[in-house]
Design a protein around this ligand. Structure first.
Ligand SMILES: [Zn+2]
Length: 308
């Protein structure tokens, strides 16, 4: 009997969901509150997972990386910076190489382990990304959310329309597109989606939808294609900043985009932040635990499947 896999992944960054901006103070809360909450959930449930760190937060608070090491979780890269201007869909090949190699160096120096897995900030990538990854020694990418439709609610959403046609099970990408199978790129381990993203944000805002999603995803894995479940959550979803008054920062260039990408999104995205997220996340974990899924890191999964 084939064993089904569940790959829990965590993007660690200084993004404040409450303030809709990057803040060093939020990074400190991630270190002191968000990360311990997540590590506790994983330890209680005997789970190994993958943490993608931005080089920025790792450099600012190296202990945010060090604290996962005793548990055997994987250290992956979430690029150097999470600034909108540094999205991998707008960076040149040379810039991507610099951002990747810098973040790899920072994370390897802190952890003492080789870093081979990558997730792009806000899942933004372009035609140069497979080459940049290979040039800098990355072997695995997890930035493609196959069959997910983001409408125009996220940055780089035009390029993300390609998600609708991306393969659902892990594949070797083409050298000029992470969205396509090729044979000369990196290994893509796509994030789970059912048209809607299967991520912490959906879980907190539309918990009923997520309940339907895990049944659908389990059916697909079990009956159709054996796809690993890949869930994406952030330690900044386990912190509560709501006691601090806020003005929602404007990141988009014009007013309609500000309304969609900043204002509406920020109002929605703050639901169930903090302790509320813990019980919801444990419910997702238990769903797959009860069904005999094996929880491991992305790197371990790829090794077991002989993909790397
Ligand atoms: Zn991120």
């Amino acid at each position: 009997m084939k064993i089904n896999s569940c790959l829990l992944t965590n993007d660690v960054e200084t993004t404040s969901i409450w303030f809709n901006t990057l803040r060093d103070e939020t990074g400190l809360k991630v270190l002191n509150e968000g990360m311990p909450a997540l590590l506790d959930i994983y330890q209680k449930n005997n789970i190994k997972s993958t943490f993608f760190f931005t080089g920025y937060i790792a450099k600012l608070y190296p202990s945010v990386v060090k604290m996962i090491l005793p548990y055997g979780h994987e250290v992956g890269s979430h690029a150097l910076s999470h600034e909108v201007k540094d999205g991998f869909d707008v960076l040149s090949l040379d810039k991507q190489i610099i951002h990747l190699s810098e973040s790899k160096k920072i994370l390897e120096n802190i952890s003492g382990n080789e870093v081979i897995s990558f997730r792009s900030p806000a899942l933004r990538v372009n035609k140069y990304t497979p080459t940049a990854l290979l040039e800098t020694g990355f072997k695995i990418d997890s930035s493609i959310a196959s069959t997910r439709f983001d409408a125009f609610l996220s940055f780089g959403s035009k390029e993300k329309l390609k998600w609708l046609f991306a393969p659902r099970t892990p594949y070797k990408t083409s050298i000029d597109s992470l969205f396509k199978k090729g044979g000369n790129g990196v290994i893509e381990v796509p994030l789970s989606a059912t048209f809607f993203p299967y991520v912490g944000t959906t879980m907190r805002i539309f918990s009923g939808l997520t309940r339907a999603q895990h049944h659908l995803l389990h059916f697909e894995t079990n009956r159709i294609n054996h796809k690993p479940i890949v869930f994406d959550i952030h330690p900044n979803e386990f912190i509560d900043e709501s006691m601090e008054p806020r003005i929602i920062s404007k990141r988009a260039k014009n007013y309609p985009a500000y309304l969609l990408k900043d204002l509406i999104r920020s109002k929605l995205k703050v639901k169930n932040l903090g302790p509320g997220a813990i019980s919801l996340y444990e419910r997702e974990i238990q769903f797959f635990q009860k069904r005999g899924y094996e929880f491991c890191t992305i790197k371990e999964y790829c090794k077991k499947q002989k993909l790397v």
